[in-house]
Design a protein around this ligand. Sequence first.
Ligand code: ADP
Ligand code: MG
Ligand code: MG
Ligand code: MG
Ligand code: MG
Ligand code: MG
Length: 656
Amino acid sequence: RAILTVGSPMSWGESLDHLAYVREHGVLQFIKVWENCCSMRRTDELLWGDEVEYGLLRVSESKAWVSLRGPEVREALEAAEGEHAHRSEGCLWHPEYGAWMIEGTPSRPYSGYAADLCRVERNMRLRRKRLLSFLEDDEICPTIVNFAGFGVGDFCWPPSSSTSSDNKVTHSPSVPDRAINPHPRFAALTANIRARRGGENVDARPPRFFDAKTPTNAPESIEGLDAMAYGMGCCCLQVTFQARDAREARYAYDQLAALAPVMLALTAGAPVWRGVLADTDARWDVVSASVDDRTPAERGTGVFPLDPRMAGGGNTPLPRSRYSSISRYAFECEDEGQVAQFCDVEAPIDSEAFDVLRGAGVDPALARHVAGLFARDPLVVFEGKVTQVDDDVSSDHFDNIQSTNWNTVRLKPPPPTATNATGPGWRTEFRPMEVQLTDFENAAFAVFAVLVTRVILAFDLNLYVPLSRIDANMRRAMRRDAAIKAKFFFRRQMDADQVADGFADERFDACCAPPDPDAPAVYEEMTAAEIIDGKGDYFPGLAPLAYAYLDYIGCDRDSLAQISTYVEHVRERANGKRPTPAKWIRDFIKAHPDYAHDGIVSEKIARDIAVAAHEIGVGARPAPELLGDDVVVRPITPDGAWDSREVHVAVVMLFA
Ligand code: ADP
Ligand code: MG
Ligand code: MG
Ligand code: MG
Ligand code: MG
Ligand code: MG
């Protein structure tokens, strides 16, 4: 969660003298949590929740703008939720980077019953309904990754009265400051990332798609993506699971990191940037570049004078942006080294932090994980919130660093005030997925992610492959049509003998079983369809495993019927019968009468994509080309948005 501290953020220059303090105390705060919560913190209840991000747009007949009313609408929603807090089902509304964005979550996490898997879509529909109830007549709230016209011309509503003074923070000719959420944290993030880079704008360069009539001398990449908003303005779908303990959260973290590229490819929804068709389908690299705060020396593109106040002196090479896939696995194996052997990518750590963590008794794998987070500087430090923070009761400094290490997965420790009786436990957040056009699809992917996690834990599977292969998978996942065309390095045998035998008594020994040294590799290349449906007689596939798991827990028929529609949706994505949002957008553009087959997405086309997406999302426009003939989105209207009643049938526990 964004830490929306009240107060003034410091400029980068002002922060410099406080960075070391924040980093040092962030580590101490983590250690405090570890000492409080590491071994004794057990939460047998599965709790989990999703996050969906929405974009507000204003539309006319011929054009759309991002509508900068996000904060205003969010506050209205929050107030209304407060008035209806007595109802059993509700929503929470979180601020997002863009002033046109809002994030919604269920008001309370879902719990560990199979029937809870059926609550997800209903809560997502409730969110959309409530959001609709606060829109003005010409506003829409499609769940699309980004607006195709973002950054083109005057794309913000209301239009600006001033002109040149409008980008003091972004320094971008295309993105005005008012596109940034007005809470001061967000402008400070933007300014400080730019400052830490040595005063350079960020610079994302998605490859251009060369259509039949794209001039052959057009630049290879799409240009002008020089502001944080191009990336952090993207909408995604996230899922957070509570684990039984730190050990399970760390194990799930590793497994989900391996799953991340596949799920990114299957959910890809970002084929257009700044009005130009890209040769990639997914947001990841653009977001990564859009928040890349590395100095030229850290990036390896120039020199940067040593500044001992900064992490690594500001000139220690860092191979990746702080928004990235993971650099190391977090699970601690009894047989030390069995997991570490898969950690084959450069993974800089703050060695002082590592020593302090080890000195406090934190095991090597977790110490490395945390010290890796602390190889980055805090990006926003608030006046009066540095030495004043009490390390015994606050994790502000840890959260500051943690919340700006944006990885495909995040390990969330309990808050310092958590006890065994109250407060959340250790959680793992799955962050790669892109937002889908409909709640059915968002629910499908959220539910599938939960099921796969349950399958892995219950059947004692492991997806470990070398991290260098996961990096390769991330690159492949972003390519055009990766959902059906890409091959991913994936574990050949996820401990299949144990699947056959039913259940192993001991979890986690799977990862400790050394790979057969005579085998060519523990992994091989598979398409998403093979990963989902199975391959040969040795790889059962995640969908059959999900069904086996549902069968094992004795899932009730009603829940199973609904959950099956979600699993089938993921299968249809992987086998290409249903398109990703990216493919749907490409096809929409290709079929648009205004499209000149030159890769340029005009104002009108960008507007029509957003309107169609909104209409599909609210069930006002049938979309068999997206959902097939079997799935129909029931209409969502703002009527009765505040009068939900929860029909909760809790029947089957999700884990034994
Ligand atoms: P962040 O933006 O930091 O990921 P959010 O509060 O936006 O945090 O989202 C957290 C998600 O975790 C929500 O979906 C919420 O329902 C869910 N959640 C809340 N408490 C728990 C818990 N104890 N265990 C698992 N998930 C939880
Ligand atoms: Mg959130
Ligand atoms: Mg968010
Ligand atoms: Mg999140
Ligand atoms: Mg466990
Ligand atoms: Mg086992």
